[in-house]
Design a binder for this molecule. Structure first.
Ligand SMILES: N[C@@H](CCC(=O)N[C@@H](CS)C(=O)NCC(=O)O)C(=O)O
Length: 220
């Protein structure tokens, strides 16, 4: 099967991964074009209004921003990843945004200049996961039970950061959060989540963290 969908990507970007996971879950073939965000090509600057990845090219149109891209895939492709119930759908959309706020917290964590700043950011991040521990469906394996959803596509890339953080130290951010821990393990096993990044992702992320010249860089 051929596809006219192209995902404009960067190797580490968790927002790109959301779209790649949704496409894989839907069984939709797509091309990937990877760009260097530190040296953005002219064609990319012209078609990306915010200068960010992901972009999804469909026909001659470049869609930008991961949340609308996910919604477009829901509207245009098979195998729904949103629940049908309107309240549940709205709640899932809200937790996709919550996932973006968690990613902001992760960015603040790895950019913290010193240990005290790092610990403050770690505590703020843990608050968000404590909230998730309350919200999660205890049965699992996914956010809302048996069906993989866009919230799962959002959090697979979130937990992937922790696989690398765990190699650098014991920061305790997810300690004792049993439902979150089980969710993390289940997402790590999901084929679409595994295949959303290249095999050298951990080394690539570690190099990225080293270059931040922040407190965590000093642990590498
Ligand atoms: N709100 C955007 C966030 C996307 C984003 O932050 N992408 C980053 C890479 S992960 C980016 O392209 N940054 C531009 C840059 O580094 O210049 C979305 O959901 O798509």
């Amino acid at each position: 099967m051929t596809s006219d969908l192209t995902l404009v990507s960067h190797s580490l970007c968790p927002y790109v991964q959301r779209a790649a996971i949704a496409l894989a879950e839907k069984g939709v073939p797509f091309e990937r074009v990877t760009i260097d965000l530190s040296d953005k090509p002219d064609w990319f600057r012209k078609v990306s209004p915010l200068g960010k990845v992901p972009l999804l090219k469909t026909g001659e149109t470049y869609l930008f921003e991961s949340a609308p891209i996910l919604e477009y895939l829901e509207d245009s492709q098979p195998r729904p990843l949103h629940p049908r119930d309107p309240v549940a759908r709205a709640r899932h959309r809200a937790y996709i945004e919550f996932g973006s706020q968690v990613l902001n917290g992760i960015g603040a964590l790895y950019d913290a200049a010193d240990r005290q700043g790092f610990e403050e950011k770690a505590a703020a991040l843990r608050e968000k996961f404590l909230h998730l521990e309350q919200e999660l469906d205890g049965e699992g394996p996914f956010f809302s039970g048996p069906d993989f959803s866009l919230v799962d596509a959002t959090f697979g890339p979130v937990f992937r950061y922790f696989d690398v953080f765990d190699r650098l130290g014991r920061f305790g951010i997810l300690d004792g959060l049993e439902k979150v821990g089980r969710w993390r393990d289940n997402l790590a096993k999901r084929r679409s989540v595994v295949e959303a990044v290249a095999a050298d992702y951990p080394a690539d992320l570690t190099r990225f963290l080293k270059r931040r010249q922040s407190w965590i860089s000093g642990l590498i």
